[in-house]
Design a protein around this ligand. Structure first.
Ligand code: AMP
Ligand code: GLY
Length: 417
């Protein structure tokens, strides 16, 4: 099987790593990729947002499967363009990707499907904003309706801050605050059959102790020893299957990866958000634990034959990933700094710990930072404490001027707190 992966972050590096280890994959390409992905896949340049360009590339490569990683190409219709060229694609249509592209659309689907989520108002005028903020009270949750790379959401006790964010958006969703730990649960679907993966937890805030601004995600771990063993079954029944069924009923079937961001509240599990693609950095830990070869799973989703897939097999191991971000992330990240220590990790820590690249590129013999999130250092171990120790040992070998990372990824869970 020849596979083309679209994107260039650590999620795509994790996807490419798993695909490169799959004996069914005879050729692996990634466009545009990054300096780390180049070790496991052949890189091709492409404008990932240009459906025609991606379809042309896939045709040229005689790809048997295209996997679209990030949300922006999906919302831009890249999966539609590839499908129209007759090539199986893992990723939803632009219409179905509105589940992530528009928070208001997602709320509408959830209401129709009876999926538990925060009560919310969609506001377009300052009067509506004030009414909604007043109705819910603090803490205020204010979400830009459109795609904002994880930075469109403000959660604050400060009314002035909440109001200013709302007024800066064209259309905004203001909702009830959900109190409780968060879980990311992914499911692979072909629009009918839904196959859940293992749950993970993401660390969204920039600093230790969940302080600082929201980011794309600073680390993740899986499994969740504190979670109810029935969680996956419950979310399948209450959230994932009803959402997939509702989208099919509307004539916009969703195939690809359905990501449920959940809050485990005192009153039950609630959906915080849906995404239409693998989460980053959760994918790094979920795929580290998946034993079933990945290519066939994705191809069956693309071809509408997931009902024929044998049950997924998981490792007993735990996995932890720690994101190394550039100076000043998430505000105005500095790029172009050399990264040292990558070969030390490869020599000393692999295969238990390894570095997945996010924002990197090669300049001659040097790998330099090229984005806000630069690396995702991932490790597996017999339990979370061991996986954590291995991940942080590898993190300590990396040198990137001005970089930052959280020191408490999976710490509480590893200690049974
Ligand atoms: P989102 O982009 O919707 O995932 O929101 C980003 C982050 O904001 C989430 O991971 C939560 O930590 C937080 N958040 C979003 N919605 C709520 C809510 N209703 N209550 C509490 N926190 C929320
Ligand atoms: N880790 C959060 C996301 O992928 O949206």
């Amino acid at each position: 099987m020849k596979v083309l992966v679209i994107g260039g972050g650590a999620r795509e590096h994790a996807l490419c790593r798993s695909l490169s280890l799959d004996p069914a994959v005879s050729a692996l390409y990634c466009a545009p990729g990054n300096a780390g992905i180049a070790d496991v896949a052949t890189l091709r340049p492409v404008d990932a947002l240009d459906g025609a360009a991606v379809a042309t590339l896939a045709t040229e490569l005689v790809a048997d499967l295209v996997v679209v990683g990030p949300e922006a190409p999906l919302v831009a219709g890249v999966a539609d363009a590839v499908r129209a060229a007759g090539i199986p694609v893992f990723g939803p249509s632009a219409e179905a990707a509105q589940l992530e592209g528009s928070k208001a659309f997602a709320k509408d689907v959830m209401a129709a499907a009876g999926v538990p989520t925060a009560r919310s108002y969609v506001c377009t005028t300052p009067e509506e904003v004030d009414e909604a903020l007043d109705a819910f009270g603090a803490p205020y949750v204010v979400k830009d309706d459109g795609l904002a790379a994880g930075k469109g959401v403000v959660v604050t006790d400060d009314l002035a801050v909440a109001r200013a964010h709302a007024l800066a958006c064209d259309r905004v969703v203001i909702e009830e605050y959900l109190d409780g730990p968060e879980v990311s649960l992914f499911a692979i679907t072909d629009g009918v059959t839904v196959v859940p993966l293992q749950p993970a937890q993401d660390f969204k805030r920039a600093l230790d102790g969940d302080e600082g601004p929201n980011t794309g995600g600073m680390g993740a771990y899986s499994p969740l020893p504190w979670a109810d063993p029935k969680l996956v079954d419950e979310v399948m029944e209450l959230v994932l299957q009803p959402t997939v069924d509702e989208l099919r009923r509307r004539g916009t079937p969703f195939s690809g990866l359905l990501y449920a961001g959940l809050a485990i509240t005192g009153r039950g599990t609630r959906v915080i958000e849906f995404n239409a693609r693998f989460g980053d950095p959760e994918t790094q830990v979920v795929l580290a634990r998946l034993r079933t070869p990945l290519a066939d799973v994705l191809l069956n989703a693309a071809n509408g034959t997931l009902d024929t897939l044998p049950p997924l097999v998981w490792r007993e191991d735990a996995a932890v990933t720690v994101v190394i971000a550039s100076h000043n992330y998430p505000e105005t990240p500095r790029t172009g700094d050399p990264i040292e220590g990558l070969l030390d990790v490869a020599a000393e820590d692999e295969p238990d710990a390894y570095v997945l690249h996010a924002g990197t590129r090669r300049e001659g013999n040097t790998v330099v930072s090229a984005g806000g999130r630069v690396l995702s250092v991932t490790a597996t171990g017999s339990d979370l404490a061991q996986a954590r120790a291995k991940a942080y040992k590898a993190v300590a070998r990396i040198r990137l001027d001005g970089s930052q990372h959280r020191t408490d990824i999976a710490a509480k869970a590893a200690e049974g707190r």
